[in-house]
Write a protein that binds this ligand. Structure first.
Ligand code: PDD
Length: 284
């Protein structure tokens, strides 16, 4: 499919969709973004994604380029111009264009881009074997709750994971607690309870994280949001969540098996429940 991108009020062919070289996103990573999944034109949790974008813009003092209802409409239009059956919508807002200086002038017009692409999904092989991860000491900044486009640490973490033939790197705090992955939130099954790090400045409040907690709660699974470690007694499974993965079991950690080293029952059950929600959107 020939892709069309939305750029500052215009729909343009992807190859001519450009922003200025003095865009502050390009020069300072001065912006925030969202990734939303869409199934047959029905968006998964659009409102929470747009509300997170609004919060993140507010956190770095960028005015929203337009009201949320208008943004939702632009997202819909972008999908209609790129109607991938399972789509991944990317939304990026930067502070705008100005001569390069750290302090931005007042009243810049924010840059807004929106694209729609095929939703990447874990392969069947990955679902069967589970993903592999490594652990890294967290060297990111102290505002991970903001979905910033400054992703250099995440890029470096993914490179290191790839070098070690793994799919993801889990960030550990100085006490060895698992915070989150480079582009995912992380959960563990510990004595039958679903455990994940609480929301704070070290973790992005993933929309899929919220969905997994909701789905688990409805299924009667006990949930604890607390710091946890990979060597906790009773830990049988780890899994990651993100818009592009839904929930995916992680079965090898730093080259050692997690639990039995194969996808476990908690992840399997939760993935089936999440996929039901996505199928419902596909068939809506
Ligand atoms: N990444 N934590 C981090 C650091 C992330 O970058 C992401 C998402 C998540 C999961 O958030 P959500 O469930 O809302 O997708 C957690 C996106 C998908 C990306 O950068 O492509």
């Amino acid at each position: 499919m020939k892709q069309t991108a939305y750029v500052n009020g215009h729909f343009l062919p992807m190859e001519s969709a450009m922003v200025h070289i003095e865009d502050r996103g390009f020069q300072f990573a001065d912006g925030v973004y969202e990734v939303v999944a869409c199934f047959n034109g029905n968006f998964l949790d659009m409102q929470p994604h747009l509300e997170r974008l609004e919060r993140c813009c507010a956190a770095i003092n960028i005015p929203l380029p337009c009201p949320l209802e208008r943004l939702a409409e632009l997202v819909r239009q972008t999908w209609q111009k790129n109607p991938f059956p399972d789509a991944m919508i990317y939304i990026q807002v930067t502070r705008g264009v100005a001569p390069r200086a750290h302090l931005a002038p007042d009243n810049l017009v924010p840059t807004l881009i929106i694209t729609s692409a095929d939703l990447p999904k874990p392969s069947e092989a990955k679902l069967t074997s589970g993903a592999k991860a490594i652990t890294l000491a967290d060297f990111r900044w102290k505002h991970c709750e903001i979905k910033s486009i400054a992703l250099l640490a995440s890029v470096m973490g993914k490179q290191e994971a790839n070098r070690q033939h793994a799919d993801e790197a889990f960030w550990l705090d100085t006490e060895g607690h698992v915070l989150e992955g480079c582009s995912t939130n992380i959960f563990a099954a510990i004595n039958g309870t679903l455990v994940t790090h609480p929301l704070d400045h070290q973790v992005l409040g993933g929309i899929t994280r919220s969905m997994l907690i909701r789905v688990a709660r409805e299924a009667g699974i006990k949930i604890e949001e607390r710091p946890w470690c990979l060597d906790e007694p009773g830990l049988t499974e780890t899994m990651l969540t993100s818009t592009t993965n839904a929930v995916l079991p992680v079965c090898v950690m730093d080259d050692k098996p997690v639990g039995k080293g194969i996808p476990g029952p908690m992840a399997g059950r939760l993935r089936a429940l999440m996929l039901q929600n996505m199928d419902a959107l596909r068939n809506a």
